[in-house]
Design a protein around this ligand. Structure first.
Ligand code: GSH
Length: 203
């Protein structure tokens, strides 16, 4: 198997963190141009990561890649019991829709690196951050009862949520100080060995 990547890209990081958590490594192919006809044949949506399987199948979408790898390796990162699996899916979706995707959009709307690539509307970025701050209150409430987002086991929900929280906090767009449980969780997750690449980017 090979992983088509572009460094650094948050959705690629999600899979790399997942791999590190599982103790596995994959051969990586650095994509220079996601809009090139050759890459669009691999993924018509022109995004990384893409997992190329040994049978030549191309799987895109970071979470789908993680799930595919989980099927082979039985990682525990998608929950153990059926109830846990349901909770991991529920919280991963909340993390992606309410924190991670808005955080990436926030960066696109405000970072000078994206000037000329996207039409930037900084006032929209402010709305995204305010909404995410509200969503984080609910994550904080959950974390008052649990060690990780779903119970006592680290899962893909933690990976997605942490990537979103890190992007927002790196830009000073959300304030975690009012959320004790979320701050405790962020410190613990951020210190995991699998977060080394992310730490190198944000410190
Ligand atoms: N929902 C997709 C998002 C993929 C995505 O948007 N990838 C970005 C990087 S994070 C990308 O490839 N953008 C085009 C580029 O960087 O050239 C996933 O989770 O894999």
């Amino acid at each position: 198997m090979k992983l088509h990547v572009k460094t650094p890209a948050p959705s690629v990081l999600k899979v790399q963190i997942f791999l590190d958590e599982c103790g596995h490594a994959l051969q990586e192919v650095e994509v220079s141009d996601t809009r090139s006809p050759a890459f669009l044949k691999i993924n018509p949506f022109g995004t990384v990561p893409v997992l190329e399987t040994d049978s030549g199948e191309m799987i895109s979408e970071s979470l789908t890649i993680c799930r595919h790898l989980h099927r082979q390796w039985h990682t525990g990162l998608f929950g153990d019991s059926e109830d846990e699996q349901l909770q991991v899916e529920l919280w991963e979706r909340r993390a992606e829709l309410l924190v991670y995707a808005p955080a990436i959009e926030y960066v696109h709307q405000t970072h000078p690196m994206f000037v000329g690539h996207v039409e930037q509307h900084p006032e929209w970025a402010v709305v995204l951050a305010v909404r995410a701050q509200r969503a984080l209150a609910a994550f904080n409430e959950q974390l008052e009862r649990t060690l990780f987002i779903v119970g006592d086991s680290f899962s893909v929900a933690d990976i997605t949520a942490f990537l979103g929280v890190s992007a927002f906090t790196a830009f000073g767009a959300v304030d975690l100080s009012q959320y004790a449980a979320l701050s405790r969780w962020a410190a613990a997750v951020g210190a995991r060995p699998s977060m080394e690449r992310l730490r190198a980017l944000t410190t």
